[in-house]
Ligand binder design. Structure first.
Ligand SMILES: [Zn+2]
Ligand SMILES: [Zn+2]
Ligand SMILES: [Zn+2]
Length: 138
């Protein structure tokens, strides 16, 4: 097994089991965010519940973040920023491509400050741009 994958998990205080290494490797080789079903297909015949728990562990430990791209299916992507266990810092815009169906992280496109009415307190701001990705518009 790849030592770099192991170190990535250890840095997030995740015990590197064989299944977690497989899931991390799969996530790292995808060009866009994936759903639980994508993961299940990619790692068949791995058990769906085990895969779901693995993603949740990764999310809780600041290794992946979940994305609500408006399709109704939660997507997961590796955190590019310096996320910590229990504290995510992924304040970037996401992009949903209407042609290929891919959901992408745009780590260089930060979510601008949103001014809210008095007494409104948000703990999460989600911005999803939709259209054609670089591959599909070219
Ligand atoms: Zn994160
Ligand atoms: Zn596309
Ligand atoms: Zn993202």
């Amino acid at each position: 097994m790849n030592g770099q994958l192991e170190n990535t998990l250890k840095a997030k205080q995740i015990n590197p089991t064989a299944m977690r290494l497989l899931v991390l490797n799969f996530l790292q080789t995808q060009s866009y965010a994936i759903s639980l079903t994508d993961l299940e297909k990619g790692l068949a015949p791995a058990d769906r519940v085990t895969l779901y728990r693995t993603l949740k562990t990764f999310e809780e430990n600041g290794l992946v973040h979940s994305i609500d791209d408006g399709t109704g299916v939660t997507k997961y992507a590796i955190c590019k920023e310096h996320c910590h266990p229990g504290e995510h810092d992924d304040v970037h815009v996401h992009f949903f491509c209407k042609k290929c169906g891919g959901t992408f992280c745009l780590p260089k496109t930060q979510i601008p400050e949103v001014i809210l009415p008095v007494n409104f307190h948000s703990d999460e701001i989600n911005i999803v741009a939709k259209g054609l990705c670089g591959q599909c518009s070219g």
